[in-house]
Design a protein around this ligand. Structure first.
Ligand SMILES: Nc1ncnc2c1ncn2[C@@H]1O[C@H](COP(=O)(O)OP(=O)(O)OP(=O)(O)O)[C@@H](O)[C@H]1O
Length: 714
């Protein structure tokens, strides 16, 4: 269908004629198929044989053991044609009537058509090129190895089918076939309505199957980053994926998210004598509709700035000193209740913002390392949102725009562009640190395994594949961890991995991961507290007193945040979520009190819910505003200049769009050449993005101007 244009098919009429032609050819030449299909069993016996049971497409055989539960409908097939045609993906050059990808459907003409899926012969890479074609293998597979110390690591995590999907008998189309490989069986429909499966193979740094726990994921993703921040670096771990695919579950689950596991290791390490001069500070903010809000300070509006050294800092962000897991979870829960969430057609409990939970290691006032956990808002299509209000639609479009900007930045970095458009969105602006300088990033692409999400799943994996390509220059600027003069580098050489392959269910060994053969592991400074007993053992050795406590403003107590704890389900409280997000920076009722700092004597079990404790007296809390300098004239001028450059680039893009549209005018309407519907649609979509970018630019300059003016007025 991607080749319609090439063979001169432009309208519905042409498509119909092609369809008829194929049907006619198939009836005249029934042997076009190389592998004659086995006859289908009589319809009466299909259900007896359990043919409608959900089974992995993986098990589909040419003899046809599985059928979609619905007979194929002509109108659905048409819409499927349109959808596929609009994705514009690269496909392998296909020859019409390639017998090996057709299946016969005419065995029982009098019965509802229950077409079989047949696998296409070629397994395709991320971009639809057969893996056996020259140059089609991914870079990772053909040479580059993956190491836990890579500057950018890209991992994929598959979640299990949920009860709704199981009830609908949805097939599991994502197969984790190796420690780094995931295969997707994409159901497709041909022009003649035969169904077949295209297999895609993706190779990442890690592939986590549905049975992997957050612990398994942590050890191979965030744990190396914890070590890196003690070595003086900045590290970011972020989850990207379709709404409902498990980003929050992985990254910011209240009790079991990666942030808790990392916190546990950080506190255990700080308690070691050689790190006792360090303190850990936590902050939590969100990016909602292109603006930053402090989740620990009444959703106060924040501003991202670049300081004189071009480091991004969030002016006015509230930070709290944290010294144990209970405090960490308390602070997290407090902020999480203020986060913008809501129900969409795709996820009843959807995050509508990008949430950033940051742990900063400080030696007095000096920042030593920074670890950020980012739970990106779910990528989604308009159709997935269901019947939603304008607010939800606007949120969705903003989310998609910022994810697009993220992709553009990644692409620019990938192409070594002189200018990386970090300013295109707040998300990329605050993530800038993650991609440049002494930084490490781990992206976890989360995927849903059910068949109806196959398009999303492929999009997520393609997106992740683009990020993976950045790995090529992962040595650049990553000198901190190997710098022997670094005071935090004592005794450290490589990351110790406490798990063997078999521990986490890996079956193949296809690279040189640093598993268990680190000769220096005994001298490793990081304590990996694998369970609470370890943690309890470490706790009393802490001698550093809590920092002095500043009085905070009197605030009303936080509302009860009874966290539901249904196993396997997100436990995030939605008390505050249902309220429309504050855009004025006024306090929301949820953000009124702060969580309990734990007593330093006995640590809590991992499952302790901080919310169960009464709020602490305000005098026990220390609230420190960031010491970032206000926007000075030099920074203002530099940022303004960058905005002008962005604006100029955006205007050029706008002109290019228009020129390319007018050059593509290949339909004729009332004697005049006009663009086809699809090129016009594409043009308008891209134009929309350009306009939003311009708008953002203007708003940002206006924000800057107002901030400075308000200072003058004071
Ligand atoms: N690996 C997993 N194992 C078990 N359950 C999971 C897993 N991943 C996700 N889930 C469940 O799936 C549901 C959706 O997950 P989650 O809220 O994390 O999705 P999300 O990607 O953050 O969605 P959104 O972007 O809309 O916020 C939750 O009920 C969660 O508990």
């Amino acid at each position: 269908m991607q080749d319609y244009g090439i063979v001169g098919i432009h309208g519905m009429e042409d498509r119909k004629r092609l369809f008829q032609l194929i049907q006619m050819l198939k009836s005249k030449f029934p042997n076009l198929d190389h592998t004659p299909p086995a006859p289908l069993p009589p319809p009466a016996s299909r259900e007896q044989q359990g043919l409608y049971k959900p089974t992995s497409l993986n098990n589909l055989s040419p003899a046809g053991a599985n059928y979609p539960s619905q007979p194929i409908r002509h109108d659905l097939a048409e819409s499927s044609l349109r959808r596929t045609a609009s994705t514009g993906r690269l496909r392998p050059p296909s020859t019409p009537f390639q017998g090996d990808i057709y299946s016969e459907e005419t065995a029982y003409e009098d019965q509802p058509r229950a077409p079989r899926f047949k696998k296409s012969v070629n397994t395709l890479n991320a971009y639809g090129v057969p893996l056996n074609a020259p140059g089609a293998q991914s870079a990772v597979k053909t040479g580059l190895v993956s190491s836990l110390t890579d500057r950018i690591r890209v991992c994929v995590r598959k979640r299990p089918l949920n009860s709704k999907e199981l009830k609908k008998n949805e097939a599991d189309i994502a197969r984790v076939t190796g420690r780094r490989t995931v295969n997707i069986d994409e159901p497709k429909v041909k022009v003649d309505l035969t169904r077949y499966i295209e297999q895609h193979e993706f190779v990442f740094d890690e592939a986590f199957d549905a049975h992997c726990t957050n612990d398994d994921v942590y050890r191979r993703t965030a744990f190396p980053l914890v070590e890196y921040v003690f070595n003086g670096g900045k590290a970011t771990c972020f989850a990207y994926g379709q709404t409902g695919s498990g980003k929050t579950f992985t990254m910011l689950d209240e009790k079991d998210g990666l942030y808790v596991k990392a916190g546990r290791d950080i506190f255990a390490t700080i308690r070691q004598p050689q790190f006792s001069h360090l303190a850990c500070w936590g902050s939590f903010y969100e990016i909602y509709q292109g603006h930053l809000y402090d989740l620990l300070n009444a959703r106060k509006r924040l501003f991202a700035r670049e300081d004189g050294k071009q480091q991004v800092c969030i002016a006015g962000l509230t930070e709290h000193e944290i010294s144990d897991v209970e405090q960490l979870m308390g602070i997290f829960e407090f902020g999480n209740n203020a986060r913008s969430t809501g129900a969409t057609g795709a996820n009843a409990d959807s995050s509508r913002s990008h949430a950033i939970f940051q742990l900063v290691l400080r030696d007095k006032k000096k920042t030593v390392g920074k670890l950020s956990f980012i739970d990106l808002a779910g990528s989604e299509r308009g159709a997935d949102r269901g019947e939603t209000d304008k607010q939800t639609r606007m949120e969705g479009s903003e989310i998609n725009k910022s994810l697009l900007a993220l992709k553009e930045c990644i692409r620019a970095l990938d192409l070594d562009s002189k200018h990386t458009p970090f300013r295109q969105s707040k998300l990329t602006q605050v993530l800038k640190d993650s991609f440049i300088g002494n930084s490490r990033t781990c992206m976890i692409a989360t995927i849903s395994p059910n068949m109806s999400n196959s398009e999303h799943t492929l999009n997520t994996l393609r997106y992740a594949d683009r990020v993976k390509e950045l790995k090529g220059d992962s040595h650049v600027a990553d000198d901190r961890a190997t710098d022997n003069s670094n005071v935090y580098n004592q005794g450290h050489h490589e990351v110790e991995n406490p798990l063997s392959d078999t521990d986490i269910g890996y079956s193949d060994v296809d690279d040189d991961f640093l598993l268990g053969d680190d000769p220096h592991k005994d001298a490793h400074p990081i304590i990996m507290s694998s369970d609470e007993e370890d943690f309890a053992h470490q706790q009393p050795t802490r001698t550093r007193p809590l920092a002095s406590v500043l009085a905070t403003k009197d605030k009303p107590p936080a509302p009860a945040t009874a966290a539901t704890s249904v196993p396997g389900y997100n436990t995030r409280s939605r008390a505050a979520a249902q309220q429309p997000p504050a855009t004025t920076g006024k306090a929301s009722p949820a953000s009124s009190s702060l969580p309990v700092p734990s007593s330093s004597a006995s640590p809590p079990p991992a499952t302790a819910t901080a919310a169960a404790k009464p709020p602490p007296p305000s005098s026990q809390l220390r609230e420190v505003q960031n010491e970032h300098a206000p926007l000075d004239a030099a920074t203002f001028i530099r940022q303004h200049r960058e905005h002008i450059r962005d604006m100029t680039e955006t205007s050029r893009t706008e002109s290019r769009l228009l020129v390319s549209l007018t050059m593509r005018q290949d339909d004729t309407l009332a004697g005049e050449r006009v663009p086809t519907d699809s090129s016009f649609e594409q043009y308008v979509r891209e134009l929309d993005e350009v306009m939003q970018r311009k708008l953002k630019n203007v708003l940002e300059v206006s924000d800057m101007v107002r901030e400075v003016l308000s200072r003058f007025e004071k």
